[in-house]
Design a protein around this ligand. Sequence first.
Ligand code: JA5
Length: 281
Amino acid sequence: MRLDVITIFPEYLEPLNVSLVGKARARGQLDVRVHDLRAWAHDRHHTVDDTPYGGGPGMVMKPEPWGEALDAVLASSAPPADAGDAAAGGSGPVIVVPTPSGRPFTQELAVELAAKPWLVFTPARYEGIDRRVVEEYAERADVREVSIGDYVLAGGEAPVLVMVEAIARLLPGVLGNAESHRDDSFAPGAMADLLEGPVYTKPPEWRGRGVPDVLVSGHHGRIARWRRDEALRRTAGHRPDLIARCDPAAFDKHDRATLHSLGWSAGSDGRFGPPGQAVEE
Ligand code: JA5
């Protein structure tokens, strides 16, 4: 997979040299190219911002440097030969624009983007990019405005790091072990609709705290059941919306008993609804 990032803070993307993403690059599984937007700002001060039309606080990123940068990146060497095949879609990149007004970045979107051969990220600063840039490139490419959550940041670089990590770990051969994806919280599959419960490792006692007996019992069935109960308990406490959204057919008899013990009850549609007060962890 090829990844381009266009930014006024190339050094902010240094973490892409580290850990899982850095190793995938070193192995040639990821071709990451970080570009300084100011290379396409031609005045003496490499200006990339200007005052907003209509007035108001802050500055807006000028369209011309973004237009030249995107034209150059889109015209640069084609992605690898196997990359632009029919299954992956067209041969051009998906352009990902981080913005708090975008569509939510979810595991489902990470899986979709991980199947693409080429992604171009355009993190903004100031009050964002002149709207005409998204309009222009949406006519020539698949442009996705994406938010990583409901909070304000000073720019889109940190969201790019978040999205690249979520995407890169899904690429074949990037995580050591193909099994590692399967019961991730939010991963499509087995525990898809529940958060993960707690985990433990050695030593068996730490600062007077032991490990739940069931985990050292060797009873694999009881361990699986305990983990499922802990996942239900944690999800009910931290993300009641995920329980309420679940198809009731996803809950077995024991799940129902566990949810009832947490104060949850099935409504007329069979879906579980929360108790009157928040569930304690
Ligand atoms: C700020 C100029 O989803 C959280 C996000 C906050 C934020 C994003 S995404 N982009 C920007 C930005 O600020 O471009």
